[in-house]
Ligand binder design. Structure first.
Ligand SMILES: NC(=O)c1ccc[n+]([C@@H]2O[C@H](COP(=O)([O-])OP(=O)(O)OC[C@H]3O[C@@H](n4cnc5c(N)ncnc54)[C@H](O)[C@@H]3O)[C@@H](O)[C@H]2O)c1
Length: 489
């Protein structure tokens, strides 16, 4: 596959090297000195950016809670702001200000917190702009659209001494925290494998002829922001622009970077490893329909961290569960396993299948509460999902996607070798093929991409070895003039 056929680009590898050299002291930054914060009595003034869908959870997570006031709603499509206005007014008895241009929010010195629920390609830039402008940030998952901008986000948080919480909200759920603490305490022994599953049915988005128009109510140039302005090429229940950008590489990261990043985050958290893996390989395809989406709906990813491995599966076609979980996690220890089929907990078993302990409890609000509490204490260590965690977990999705995108087209042959040597992965691959057969995907003709095994240096967060130029290019993107994240860090 050729992703850079329209490359007008500079040499991304050189950019990566230069930025890492400049920021290398902060690569594993210590806790910053106390961050200037509000006391419990000070009202915190919040701006929510992007309010069509998830942003409404942000509005309701802040408005009237924890002595916060939503003072500004920002969306580059003015057609979507009404419900947000109504919800804020209902709780606060006064309407917030509306801004169409995100840059005006950054300029408003009275705002303490910027809460970001835009599409993925905007997350890192909006967060960095906000921190540079002196605001604390709550940023939706995945923290980033590519690996390197995550490291820049971490650097910005440390440099500007601003807190940045990433919206993988399981991190604050009591049940999930208890399950992870149980694993970290060694209760299921040494954990050598973490499994994440994103089995979520995703229908075809259909196929339309030719370019479509963005809504007239939208500033589409701003919507595209740091990414290229591609004429939308889809028309779905969400219109031509909203939501289905997830399935286009320019703006989204497939379901791995959508639902899957929650489970990748939990898998990594349970393994309790500090950085990125040393290798990654991914196999998959967009099977079962032909439509305008580009990202795979079926993917199996294997990560090697040296002392442990992580397997991650994406299934967008109808499927049965795996060991009781569809969207969830399993950690395999030498004394037992923990199965978490939801964001809010699960069950530990011994190796004979006897139940050892159950974990439950939590809800979205806990993550907003935790963030505001940390803003008031000014301590990064009070955050349940500091930007560094968000960056590393998002990076797992991006690394898998890079391996997949650099893959070789094949049919679903039995002799695909990339998982040799990894029993669990070979077995998972066999299950993936059986699942595709259940969905009447013809193994002989289906177009599968067999990913390149990529070797990574976790310290520099770059690929090493021969022929890695293209893979390293894909760790970053070309930013449009006026939207360059490097200029803001
Ligand atoms: N944590 C969770 O459980 C969870 C759940 C759903 C979505 N999300 C994340 O939330 C984000 C938003 O998802 P969604 O489903 O609401 O997407 P969406 O496409 O439905 O809505 C995004 C909104 O952001 C607006 N927007 C885009 N660029 C903007 C800009 N520069 N300035 C102001 N507004 C801008 C769009 O006009 C739109 O109204 C995604 O990153 C998604 O991954 C997280």
């Amino acid at each position: 596959m050729d992703f850079f056929s329209r490359r007008e680009f500079l040499d991304r590898s050189a950019i990566l090297a230069a930025t890492f050299a400049a920021g290398s002291q902060t690569l594993r930054a210590e806790e910053p000195a106390a961050v200037k914060s509000g006391s419990a009595n000070d009202k915190l003034r919040v701006a929510v950016i992007g309010v069509r869908s998830r942003g409404m959870a942000h509005v309701n997570g802040f408005a009237g809670k924890n002595n916060c006031e939503v003072v500004t709603i920002c969306d580059c499509d003015e057609a979507v702001i009404q419900p947000a206005m109504r919800d804020v007014e209902k709780v606060q008895k006064s309407a917030p200000k509306f801004e169409k241009d995100i840059r005006k929010v950054m300029d408003d010195k009275s705002i303490d917190i910027v809460s970001i629920a835009t599409p993925n390609h905007w997350h890192a830039l909006a967060a960095v702009w906000a921190m540079r402008a002196g605001k604390h940030v709550y940023c939706e998952k995945p923290a980033t659209h590519n690996v390197h901008e995550g490291r820049l986000m971490v650097q910005a948080s440390r440099k500007y001494q601003k807190l940045c919480q990433v919206g993988t909200q399981s991190r604050s759920n009591t049940g999930m925290r208890d399950a992870i603490a149980y694993i970290h305490a060694g209760k299921i022994g040494k954990v050598s494998l973490a499994y994440g599953t994103c089995y979520k049915s995703r229908k075809s988005i259909g196929k339309v002829d030719g370019a479509q128009e963005p809504p007239k109510t939208m500033d589409y140039d701003l919507w595209c922001g740091p990414a290229r302005v591609l004429q939308p090429h889809r028309k779905t229940q969400f219109g031509t622009v909203h939501y289905d950008w997830h399935w286009t590489w320019e703006y989204g990261n497939g379901d791995f970077g959508n639902q899957g990043v929650h489970e990748a985050d939990k898998a990594r958290w349970g393994l309790n490893l500090p950085g990125l893996p040393t290798s990654v390989v991914s196999v998959g395809g967009r099977f079962g329909y032909v439509d305008d989406g580009e990202t795979p709906n079926t993917q199996l990813n294997l990560y090697d961290f040296g002392t442990a491995q992580m397997l991650f599966e994406v299934r967008g076609l109808d499927t049965k569960d795996y060991q009781g979980t569809k969207v969830g996690n399993i950690w395999f220890g030498d004394k037992g396993i923990v199965v978490c089929p939801s964001y809010s907990g699960g069950i530990a078993y011994d190796l004979a299948g006897n139940k050892l302990q159950e974990f439950k409890g939590g809800g979205d609000q806990q993550h907003f509460d935790n963030f505001v509490k940390a803003v008031r204490s000014g301590k990064q260590s009070d955050l349940n999902c500091d930007v560094e965690e968000g960056h590393l977990s998002a990076a797992l999705c991006h690394l898998g996607n890079i391996s997949y995108r650099l893959g070789t087209a094949s049919n679903l042959r039995d002799d695909i070798k990339v998982f040799d040597g990894f029993g669990g992965a070979k077995e998972a691959f066999a299950r993936m093929k059986a699942h595709l057969a259940d969905n009447k995907v013809d193994a002989a003709t289906a177009k599968c991409f067999v990913g390149k095994k990529l070797i990574l240096d976790p310290k520099s967060e770059t690929f090493t070895g021969a022929d890695m130029a293209k893979a390293n290019d894909m760790l970053f993107r070309e930013y449009r003039k006026g939207f360059d994240i490097r200029e803001a860090v």
